[in-house]
Design a binder for this molecule. Structure first.
Ligand code: 0RA
Length: 648
């Protein structure tokens, strides 16, 4: 780097905007929420700054440590945050970066900055929400440090030793008076680091959990490093799906300051999996980059199939979605000034990006088809199959919908509906089995709780073609009861949520292996065909108790072994044999009153709301759990076995 370029980054470049008081007063405005999401967001915020340093070309290694007390350290080997005096502010640049909102240091619009994205408010925000934070900088042959309490510096930046390297370390303790939980989830953080490694190839990201110890005394640790970037990402996502291409189609380029990277692969499944990112942020609502991608796929493949005369014999049109069946793709664009729109502000609005992605992807696929005629045929043949199946699916769907319109009562006969017609107040319980369904019907509050019993295992949609799901009675009952249609919008499986009849959809299954399996099958259906319901927080899992501990007239319900042991202590004064312990294996073992008291009464029950932390990771997990390959599934179950109790 030239001296002149170095000077451009002098401390005075750092803009000063506003204080941190506002952040502590309204934290959710800055980091989304003060729950588990916001808590993890703090880590991403700090890591993003190091990623920026890496994207600028100065940092290769980023390490994250979860300490025993749930404080977090992020180390990088970048240039180190400048520590010299900030001329306007009269204090160290490090202090300004750490204490002034929006002070990042790079305001050059020609450089991409992934920090400052969605909630990206800078590391100062993390500082404001931390009871303690320590920054350590290695720079100019020295080590500097500064500590803060709820964002306030405890002393001026000071030199504490010599160093022969450069880099920044930030260690922070989230403020427990702000966050509803301060316990970090290793899996959540590691999934995000894995994702970041694919999105930013060439950077090594390591996570170590100092709270846990393996049998050999070491701490759980993983290092993520991707050389192939998005091509490796799509292969990871498709790990358990049969590949149709020898290797993914990889698109990479920069135009008008917008960097585009796309990897595309086809697999033998029937679902479309598009994961899109803008400046490393998962744009779950899509946007112009996704629209540009889709337009390119349809345009180029359709043109190719037409030219080859492959669609001539078809009696119906081939549409956009036919070209995307079995397609797994990751689209990543880096845009200097992204405009985020949509309900969750995760939809890219910049119109110029559409054409840029359309052209880049179109050119790359055109070349691919010319150079790989054999694979081109495979894809077009799959497209024809998809179009044929879609045609069949439409017929099946129309049958179902016509039937439900013709019937005097279009709701399924098995549904015990609630009296309320207000979706916001209404709940639908999806109950495993007719007998538990009967108990739930007796136990419920019929004013606002509806019951739909499901018989046996529902269809595994991960392995079924779309038209199959319309033939499946249990699935049909679910969506007709909910009032929403699936797969009706031609190009986008958009759900009309305004028609949703219940704003709480509660899966209630037995607390055994079969129950967990059925829960997973239902979740797979929602994830693949009604994802918006999951994303918008309408899907819940009921938590029936595992034990009833009784002595005389006293009784305590318990949801885990620890609670059971405490109850035995309290009721039996330590003597287990004067106490009666009932293990509930199925919902059917409870009577209506017990089911209401423990599992359905809004005043006492626990519902677990399902959310998608990481769409790519969820995709990988569902395809692995519900797909054909056994070894990865066994590995997953073994790894998570400590969370699941084995029934005997
Ligand atoms: C401003 C200017 C320079 C580096 C950084 C910020 C920087 C920030 C962070 C945050 C985490 N890690 C970081 N590493 C670097 C450039 C300073 C120079 O000219 O050497």
């Amino acid at each position: 780097m030239t001296d002149q370029k170095k000077n451009e980054y002098s401390a005075s470049n750092i803009q000063v905007l506003e204080g941190l008081e506002a952040v502590r007063k309204r934290p959710a405005m800055y980091i989304g929420d003060i729950g588990v999401k916001g808590l993890h967001h703090l880590v991403y915020e700090v890591v993003d700054n190091s990623i920026d340093e890496a994207l600028a070309g100065y940092c290769r290694n980023i390490q994250v440590f979860i300490h025993e007390d749930n404080s977090i350290s992020v180390h990088d080997d970048g240039r180190g945050i400048p520590t010299d005096m900030h001329i306007k502010e009269g204090r160290s640049a490090l202090e300004v970066v750490m204490t002034v909102l929006h002070a990042g240091g790079k305001f050059d619009k020609d450089t991409y900055k992934v920090s400052g994205g969605l909630h990206g408010v800078g590391v100062s925000c993390v500082n404001a929400l931390s009871s303690h934070l320590r920054a350590e900088v290695h720079r100019n042959g020295a080590i500097y440090e500064q500590e803060y309490a709820i964002g306030k510096p405890q002393y001026s930046v000071r030199e504490i030793g010599k160093s022969d390297r450069t880099g920044t370390s930030v260690t922070f303790t989230p403020d427990s008076s702000i966050f509803t939980t301060t316990v970090y989830n290793y899996e959540t953080l590691s999934a995000r680091l894995r994702e970041l490694s694919y999105l930013n190839k060439g950077i090594s990201l390591t996570i170590t959990d100092l709270r846990e110890k393996e049998e050999d005394g070491t701490h759980p640790t993983e290092t993520f490093f991707s050389e192939g970037g998005l091509s490796e990402f799509v292969l990871y996502l498709d790990q358990t799906r049969e590949q149709l291409l020898e290797k993914p189609i990889h698109v990479e380029g920069v135009r008008d300051n917008v960097a585009v990277e796309v990897a595309i692969t086809y697999n033998a499944s029937y679902s479309e999996n598009i994961h899109s990112y803008v400046n490393n942020i998962n744009t779950i609502e899509g946007g112009t980059h996704v629209a540009g991608f889709r337009a390119a796929i349809t345009r180029v493949f359709k043109g190719y199939g037409d030219k080859q005369g492959m669609f001539e014999k078809l009696k119906f049109d081939v549409t956009g979605e036919d070209f995307r069946e079995g397609l797994t793709t990751v689209i990543s664009v880096k845009v200097p000034e992204p405009q985020f729109e949509g309900q969750t502000k995760t939809k890219l609005g910049n119109s110029e990006v559409m054409g840029i992605v359309n052209t880049a992807v179109g050119d790359a696929i055109t070349n691919f088809l010319e150079e790989n005629p054999r694979e081109a045929r495979t894809i077009i043949q799959k497209v024809i199959l998809a179009a044929t199946a879609r045609h069949a699916a439409r017929k099946a769907r129309e049958m179902v919908q016509r039937k439900s319109v013709l019937g005097s009562n279009s709701l399924p006969g098995k549904l015990a509906d609630c009296a309320s017609k207000d979706p916001e107040a209404s709940e639908l319980f999806l109950v495993e089995g007719d007998s538990a369904g009967g108990t739930a019907k007796q136990g419920r509050d019929r004013h606002f709780q509806a019951i739909l019993p499901l018989r046996g295992k529902i269809l595994n949609v991960e392995k079924a073609m779309e038209y199959k799901i319309y033939e499946n009675e249990e699935i049909r009952n679910m969506f007709t009861a909910m009032g929403v249609k699936i797969g009706t919008a031609e190009d986008d499986k958009a759900l009309d949520i305004s028609k949703l009849r219940y704003h709480k959809i509660v899966i209630m299954c037995d607390a055994d292996v079969d129950g967990s399996h059925i829960t997973t099958l239902i979740l797979t259906f929602f994830f693949r065909y009604m994802r918006a319901l999951v994303e918008q927080g309408y899907i819940y899992i009921a938590a029936p108790p595992l034990y009833l501990v009784k002595k005389g007239k006293e009784q305590v319900y318990c949801w885990n072994d620890q609670q059971r042991d405490i109850a035995i202590q309290q009721l039996g004064k330590g003597r287990e044999d004067s106490v009666n312990i009932q293990r509930y294996k199925g919902l059917g073992e409870m009577n209506a009153e017990q089911l209401w008291d423990t599992t359905m009464d809004p005043n006492t029950r626990t519902l677990r709301r399902i959310s998608i932390d990481n769409g790519a990771e969820a995709d990988h997990t569902f395809s692995m759990l519900m797909g054909d390959e056994v070894p990865p599934r066994r590995e997953f179950i073994e790894k998570h076995a400590k969370y699941a109790k084995i029934d005997v």
